[in-house]
Write a protein that binds this ligand. Sequence first.
Ligand code: PRP
Length: 179
Amino acid sequence: MTQPPLPRVLIDQNTIASRIAELASTIDRDYAGQGELILIGVLKGAFVFLADLARRLTIPRQIEFIALSSYQDGSSSGAVRLVMDLRRSIEGKHVLVVEDIVDTGRTLHYLIELLKARDPASIRACALVRKKTRMEVEVQLGYLGFDIPDVWVVGYGLDYAEQHRTLPYIGVVEPRDGG
Ligand code: PRP
């Protein structure tokens, strides 16, 4: 039986690994001596990036997850809602939100505002990829892996209709093919 072709490689495995090592050393440096850092992964897409980044860090750190979803209907296109909350308080803690992708920026904007209201000692965001030309909402990224063009990316946690999340690289699909 013939398998459908794999998505075209946009960012290969080695390039991702090297960039994550660089990001981790920068984060290690920035938070050195500041106590424990709470890494908050945004489900589902960030689970692979968070796992690799968290294991590269050497500073004291803890892992939490949060899940959000966007409405896409006529009346509230792009509105974001909380699907699964954190299990602990972040009050007085240094927080780093870890995202796989920033597209319009709506998810991250919503999340940062939500978490700021809980009085963390500091809050920054780290995204693996960003589609700069698609951004509709201004969000400050403390750390960014790669700027990418406006193409549908999959792999390394990212999906198209739940397909391809476990590809070890970031690839490109044409949505009309179903990936
Ligand atoms: C993706 C991604 C971000 C969000 C970015 O999540 O993980 O959270 O979209 O888009 P935005 O910048 O336009 O808000 P998705 O809703 O696909 O859920 P998933 O992570 O569970 O696949």
